[in-house]
Design a protein around this ligand. Structure first.
Ligand code: AHM
Ligand code: MG
Length: 369
């Protein structure tokens, strides 16, 4: 049955997940979470694609400031709801944490309010054993100009409540359920069981890992399916492109400045001059780095000691993907995946990409076995 379909379509993401579930690599719950992510990605792709046609309705300021203190665009709000609701209907989510929400929300009731809801509904009680962290529309400041944007997500398993206690300063003022949601969410990247991103660009690309390598799919809009286009993504060991906001160079520490100056001039280890490519949309910049090799960095700077990007739903999922593709991901001092988060919206400096390039930039950071 599958073979007949695949002859016409190629291997779809649905079939891929069914096969992984059949082989016991993922369980049914994770498979159904990916069904929802897939459907949400299709809807968000359509929304991003048609946004200029609906300018008055979708683009521009919604008049709300999000939890990060930025103006929240309408599309941010809509895509957050799309992603959150798609996951909620699986009934498999314990907790959801998003760039657009100030606190992690109970997965069973997440669609009903942006507040943490203290009571689990009977219908969904005890079914959720996964936690999803996500940025529904990263780089959304690019959207008005039709420049690529993306969705980033990571999935953790819900920990045994007995094993995760919040420190007093974090649990202050939170109800028991809020504490449970937060404690479950604050896991280091090395505990991720799955991560991925969706790039909305000339084509819509979905790249994911279940911790067994990295696989890429492309949306075939004629059949409404993501079709496998890259069965095993491996980042080249060294590249010749660097990607960072070089406008901040005077704010970086000296080793970072020296490194970028050296590779730019062809005075780095490879003795070849590197090209600069920077979209300013993390998903696009990471996707290119993954496929062509090289280095992507949003380092710490004088103003932002922890860089700009968020650990839980940007740094950690992308670092997991990078390592799974044979690359590396560091903060400049340590491995990104080892950092235990102390806040949902915590920032982290990131330097990630080809193993030799990352090693040249920073200290050797072998993944813990
Ligand atoms: P956002 O989550 O507010 O969209 O910001 C994240 C984006 C990333 O996609 C990108 O890597 C970075 O911000 C670019 O920042 P800058 O404009 O400072 O170079
Ligand atoms: Mg973001």
């Amino acid at each position: 049955e599958f073979e007949d379909v695949c002859e016409q379509t190629g291997v779809t993401l649905s079939r891929y997940c069914i096969e992984l579930a059949n082989r016991g690599i993922i369980d049914e719950d994770l498979s159904s979470i990916f069904n929802s992510i897939r459907e949400a990605a299709k809807v968000i792709s359509k929304l991003v694609n048609t946004a200029p046609l609906k300018q008055a309705e979708l683009l521009g300021l919604q008049g709300e400031i999000n939890v990060q203190g930025e103006d929240q665009k309408k599309l941010d709000v809509i895509t957050n709801d799309v992603f959150k609701n798609a996951l909620r209907y699986t009934g498999k989510m314990g907790t959801l944490a998003s760039e657009e929400e100030d606190e992690p929300v109970d997965g069973a009731r997440a669609g009903e309010s942006s507040e943490v809801i203290p009571v689990l509904s009977e219908e969904f009680a005890d079914t959720g054993k996964y936690i999803c962290v996500f940025d529904p529309l990263d780089g959304s400041s690019n959207v008005d100009a039709g420049i690529p944007v993306g969705t980033i997500f990571g999935v953790f398993q819900e920990p045994d409540p007995a094993e995760c206690e919040l420190p007093d300063d974090l649990s202050k003022g939170l109800s028991e359920d809020q504490q449970r949601c937060l404690a479950g969410t604050l896991q280091p990247g090395k505990s991720l069981v799955a991560a991925g991103y969706v790039l909305y660009s000339a084509s819509t690309e979905l790249v994911l890992t279940f911790g067994q390598g990295v696989v890429g799919f492309t949306l075939d809009s004629s059949i409404g399916e993501f079709v496998m286009t890259r069965p095993s993504i491996k980042i080249p060991a060294r590249g010749k492109i660097y990607s960072c906001n070089q406008g901040n160079i005077n704010e970086w520490d000296q080793p970072m400045r020296d490194y970028i100056e050296a590779i730019r001039k062809g005075e780095g280890e490879s003795k070849k001059p590197y090209s600069l490519r920077y979209i300013g949309s993390m998903v696009g910049d990471i996707h290119r780095t993954l496929l062509y090799g090289g280095i992507f960095a949003y380092p710490a700077d004088k103003k932002n000691q922890d860089g700009k990007l968020r650990l839980l739903y940007e740094g950690a999922p992308m670092s997991f993907i990078m390592e799974q593709a044979g690359g590396k991901a560091i903060t400049g001092h340590s491995r990104v995946l080892d950092i235990p988060p102390v806040g949902v919206h915590q920032r982290v400096p990131v330097i990630l990409g080809s193993a030799e390039d990352v090693d040249e930039q920073g200290p050797e950071t072998a993944p813990e076995s």
